[in-house]
Design a protein around this ligand. Sequence first.
Ligand SMILES: [Zn+2]
Length: 87
Amino acid sequence: MGQQELYQRKPWVCQVCNRLTLGHTVFIIRGCKTVQLLSHELRHVHQYEQFGSIAAFLPVYLAQIVEVGYANAAFEVDARSHEVRNF
Ligand SMILES: [Zn+2]
């Protein structure tokens, strides 16, 4: 099963390594924490801060997912482009 297919099964939770960011809180399943994953989720925190609230951010984020799918949503593309793989 490819990454794209995994993303499409549950659009808001990555099936490769479950994590979720809500506002300033990042939830990561024990054993899955990596620099790459954490940097991706912190970019979502930055995106949320740009909107000023979850109430402002979430409708835009979810609309992107509905329109083009999780993997192609602009916020996801942006977060992946800011992933740090090594220090
Ligand atoms: Zn993401």
